[in-house]
Design a protein around this ligand. Structure first.
Ligand SMILES: NC(=O)c1ccc[n+]([C@@H]2O[C@H](COP(=O)([O-])OP(=O)(O)OC[C@H]3O[C@@H](n4cnc5c(N)ncnc54)[C@H](O)[C@@H]3O)[C@@H](O)[C@H]2O)c1
Length: 310
């Protein structure tokens, strides 16, 4: 089986590829606009929305495609044209090339809880709640989910969408996600570096560990399609936590000296986006489908510490 990971040079893409390699999958192709080298994996550098590499990749056999390439939240809000071009353009190109292919390919799309917003901002959401995104990023992802549902209904692909919580703790350098501070507030202090939180301590976020989230994306590919029905978008299990609870966990894991490195400096634009996201997730459908969940916030942070110390 060939596995294609779009956005394969990104944070979750690399983690997913590592997991696939540990499973023994040999034919993995990472597609990304960014130049990267991933050991044991063929890399195709290109823009999914505009470059023409897919027909060649899809021609031999049915593939499983993990579609992670995306302009992310604050980046999308800052440049609408780019977000529409890349996120919607990329999805349309992918689905069109799958439709033209003589094989039925499986597509697992990385969506987000930012598909919710509006009246549900700060409230509880679940798989059956109406999507009213309050940002361009969430809008492009909601459109992507609908396109996946329709392409599946038409028999062009076997599609699934994983609605991901905010993933913590992201290693390395931050990307353009508005939720980036939720990783930075652990990553930087645990490395002895100061970090700024741009929202209030009462802000609630739905979070998941990188390891559990990557596992759920992977598992969604293997779930029997008949169990998903027509709505292929599944909420990936996540836990609600306030910024204040996150700071407490930082202190437990890194000590008071790590906690002292975090300062609160309110930023209205970031706060506005973060407040538009849900604060509670009814993830019962995902759990019934067999998707695992993190035990608690502390285990997520300890999993990160273990990962960077490997
Ligand atoms: N990390 C999170 O907290 C989180 C939460 C919810 C949803 N998601 C979604 O999960 C996916 C992966 O997230 P991540 O944190 O790894 O992001 P990331 O920014 O680390 O990786 C995304 C990758 O996509 C690539 N890319 C963007 N546009 C492209 C294009 N047109 N063609 C080819 N490559 C392109 C980028 O170069 C980047 O390497 C994204 O779709 C994101 O929206 C992530």
């Amino acid at each position: 089986m060939r596995v294609i990971v779009t956005g394969g040079a990104g944070f979750l893409g690399r983690l997913l590829i590592q997991g696939l390699q540990e499973e023994g999958v040999k034919d993995i192709v990472a597609v990304d606009v960014a130049e990267a080298e991933i050991p044991g994996c063929r890399m195709v550098q290109g823009d999914l929305a505009h470059d023409q590499f897919l027909p060649e990749l899809l021609k031999e056999n049915p593939c499983t495609i993990f579609h992670l390439a995306s302009v992310v939240s604050a980046g999308a809000e800052a440049d609408w044209e780019h977000a529409i071009d890349q996120n919607i353009g990329g999805m349309l190109r992918l689905l069109e090339e799958c439709r033209r292919s003589e094989h039925l390919h499986k597509v697992v799309f990385a969506s987000t809880l930012a598909v919710f917003g509006g009246a549900t901002a700060g409230g509880e959401v679940g798989d059956l709640v109406k999507q009213t995104p309050s940002g361009t990023y969430g809008t492009t992802k909601a459109i992507g989910e609908l396109l996946i549902n329709d392409a599946t209904r038409k028999g062009h692909v076997d599609g699934r969408s994983a609605r991901l919580p905010t993933v913590i703790v992201r290693p390395g350098v931050p990307n353009a996600a508005a939720s980036g501070f939720a990783s930075g507030m652990f990553r930087e202090p645990l490395a002895g570096i100061p970090s700024v939180v741009p929202v209030s301590e009462e802000t609630v976020m739905v979070v998941g560990s990188a390891q559990n989230t990557a596992t759920c994306i992977r598992m969604l590919a293997d779930i029997d399609g008949s169990l998903l029905g027509q709505d292929r978008a599944v909420g990936v299990p996540g836990l609600s936590a306030t910024v204040s609870e996150m700071l407490e966990v930082l202190e437990v894991v890194g000590g008071p000296e790590a906690r002292a490195l975090v300062t609160l400096e309110y930023d209205a634009a970031t706060d506005q986006l973060v407040q538009s996201w849900p604060a509670e997730l009814d993830d019962s459908r995902g759990r019934e489908l067999g998707l695992p969940a993190d035990a608690n916030l502390e285990s997520m942070v300890r999993a990160y510490v273990e990962m960077i110390n490997q």
